[in-house]
Design a protein around this ligand. Structure first.
Ligand code: SF4
Ligand code: SF4
Length: 172
């Protein structure tokens, strides 16, 4: 009988082939590395960091939020349109509802923890520009999580990495 890990490998391979991905071999090697970790929690920690690195690179390489002096492109748009806000700084890491920065935001604008939901998130302004990220479009995530886990990860903003991992395991 075909094992669960073999299924993940085969489905991911097919997914990459259908997308005509130019780096299939390299990506399948990464998948093999993940599947070689047999301890469930250890594998999840490893995979979690890989997904974070993937998203960090994606947003950095494409300069998606276009931060300048701590103000993202949506913040600058709000300034241009004279929309009144407490602050225009720190993008999504400032919470308009509670009127404070996220507890994980560092002085230098970096994040103290790693949150996949925050990294995946694109505001309406970016969505209008065509940017939208879902776990189902990421080869490192599509077949590694069930629906409940994916929904949870995509909406668990402003939580620490440890809290998100706990939430994923609870839904496994
Ligand atoms: S997702 Fe939108 S609001 Fe959040 S940091 Fe990026 S541009 Fe700013
Ligand atoms: S957890 Fe999310 S909202 Fe908080 S600092 Fe990190 S990226 Fe920003």
């Amino acid at each position: 009988m075909i094992s669960c890990d073999e299924k993940i490998y085969k489905k991911t391979k097919k997914f990459l082939e259908e997308k005509n991905d130019p780096n299939i071999l390299e990506k399948l090697k990464v998948i093999e590395e993940v599947l070689n970790i047999k301890n469930k929690e250890e594998r999840l920690y490893y995979l979690y960091d890989l997904i974070c690195n993937y998203l960090d690179k994606e947003f950095k390489d494409n300069n998606i939020c276009e931060f300048k002096c701590d103000i993202c492109i949506r913040g600058r748009d709000a300034i241009d349109r004279k929309i009144k806000k407490e602050t225009y700084k720190n993008g999504c890491c400032y919470n308009d509802m509670s009127k404070q920065n996220c507890m994980y935001l560092e002085e230098d604008g970096t994040c103290k923890t790693k949150n996949i939901g925050c990294k995946l998130f694109t505001c309406h302004y970016l969505k209008k520009k065509g940017y939208k990220y879902r776990l189902n479009n990421i080869y490192l995530a599509k077949y590694f999580f069930n629906l409940r886990q994916k929904f949870y990860i995509e909406s668990a903003f402003r939580l620490s990495k440890e809290e998100v991992i706990k939430g994923i395991l609870e839904r496994g």
